[in-house]
Unconditional design. Sequence first.
Length: 216
Amino acid sequence: MHEIKDRFRGFLPVVIDVETAGFNNKTDALLEIAASILRMDDDGELYIHETIEFNVRPFEGANLEKSALEFTGIDPFDPDRNDVVEAEVLGQMFTKVRKELKSVGCKRAILVGHNAAFDHGFLNAAIERCDIKRNPFHPFSSFDTASLAGLAFGQTVLAKACEAASIPFSNAEAHSAKYDTEKTAELFCEIVNRWKRLGGWSLAAPESMDDMSAFL
């Protein structure tokens, strides 16, 4: 039986996408966040187990760039958004991630994102604002599907990478955190699974450089 804890050295990949009111994670509002939790089947193939999403209430004093709001189509003042303050959003999301870590025997989550530094930066800034001490995610390491897709398919734009990977993609639905998260998760799973099918991952991978002779 294959287990996800063995695939990424004890790390659990969790796909994250954020929608924001600008590019500066210190000053601009976080407006949406979604997370897709991945699991591994008995054949060692990754798949999306569950996606959670939140509309996030802008933190006090947050900057709202008009151009960013026009791009995403998000109205932060829409009374039907049912937005939640950052601390509660992170609390609920981290509780879910910790429960999954315990369930699959992983020691820590690692963020997967398309241009992951952007999403990671906004996540870490929110963690800092909320003074959260127990962060289940690795604080700086991540998997970037833009880089992985560039290697696997010669494409770095999410829509084009999905097209190259034969993953349906709707530009009309893009730029919502849930949709982009799930498409990024599908892309990540396809790349990892395809690499496995090509023989690029062995369950008997060496534990140290001293064991490499067995594979040479």
